[in-house]
Ligand binder design. Structure first.
Ligand code: 13P
Ligand code: SF4
Length: 304
């Protein structure tokens, strides 16, 4: 089958079966083209709670499908490729965080949305990269325990110096792998380009950037900017999507390390199999997990 034929079949079945397809912006272009909605983690969680369809297929990683299920437990939610996990989301578990909480009982626990549903049950509020600064600023408690990404946490701490933010050693292996030398080399190779990076990069890389933001914020900045050339410091699919969206501009990927194997697990054929009803994994969570985890995600939507 040709790519266009697979896409037509997905669109036909999706309509017939009233299925909503959500795709994170790190998904491949052929998937983004058939999705009902594509966006960053925050936008996906909001869209999930608004979708009218009873079945939702998530093209992304496991914590994103779990977030949809938590917000819409009455819906049938599938992770299109069950092997797509986020290593950062699995870095810290409940016993570990419970232990830290006993040592810092007066801290509000702020969890990056890249955490498991189980871990969210013991956190106070969730954030995404696009809402973290705003939400931390709005929390009354000056003492914050920010988990698991110490790089996003350090970025937030810099923007919100009035808070006492405690960080742990977690983070995204893809973004954190980018080095200062790679930024310097990219700037030397493309001296007219602006450097746009995701706050999951290490602070020294963020310091060298012209703009720091979530995947959607980076895309929006590049689209609106009068500049013609950009070095993109997040998963390489963003540079590709931007190149299609703005053919008159030029986009360079900051580092060849910036490819997330988990985000790339989902293929168009996986999606076809899922709409056909013979692929993907239905996300099933215990009722008590949904009830407890919902509190901190709803708080995020409220404060964000
Ligand atoms: P955002 O979509 O919030 O920018 O996060 C990027 C990411 O790494 C998702 O896994
Ligand atoms: Fe997880 Fe990083 Fe991949 Fe996002 S890019 S899914 S944070 S490993």
């Amino acid at each position: 089958m040709k790519i266009s034929e697979v896409q037509s079949e997905i669109l036909r079945l999706k309509k017939e079966k009233e299925i909503c397809i959500l795709a994170h912006s790190y998904q491949a272009r052929e998937i983004v083209e058939v999705a009902d909605f594509t966006g960053d983690s925050y936008q996906l969680s909001v869209m999930a709670s608004k979708a009218s369809e009873k079945t939702i297929l998530m093209c992304g990683v496991r914590f994103m499908a779990e977030t949809v299920k938590i917000l819409s437990p009455e819906k049938t939610v599938f992770l299109v490729n069950p092997a797509a996990g986020c290593p950062m989301a699995e870095q810290m578990d409940r016993p570990f965080i419970n232990d830290i909480k006993t040592r810092f009982p007066d801290h509000t626990v702020v969890a990056y949305i890249n955490t498991t549903a189980e871990l969210k049950t013991i956190c106070d509020v969730c954030v995404t990269s696009s809402s973290a600064v705003k939400i931390v600023r709005r929390i009354e408690n000056p003492n914050i325990l920010f988990i698991p990404d110490c790089n996003l946490g350090a970025y937030v701490a810099k923007q919100v110096p009035e808070k006492n933010i405690k960080l742990l050693h977690g983070g995204c292996p893809i973004h954190a792998a980018v080095t200062v030398n790679e930024v310097r080399d990219a700037k030397t190779a493309h001296p007219d380009a602006l450097v746009l990076v995701h706050p999951e990069c290490v602070p020294k890389v963020v310091e060298l950037a012209d703009f720091t933001g979530s995947t959607s914020a980076i895309m929006e900045f590049a689209k609106m900017s009068e500049h013609r050339e950009f070095i993109i410091g997040t998963e390489m699919s963003i540079a590709e999507h931007l190149q299609y969206l703005c053919p008159e501009k030029t986009f360079w990927c900051l580092s060849k390390k910036m490819i997330c194997p988990n985000m790339k697990m989902t293929t168009l054929v996986d999606l076809l199999n899922s709409v056909r009803g013979r692929g993907g994994e239905e996300i099933l969570l215990p009722e008590e997990t949904i009830t407890a985890a919902k509190v901190c995600i709803e708080r995020m939507i409220e404060l964000g």
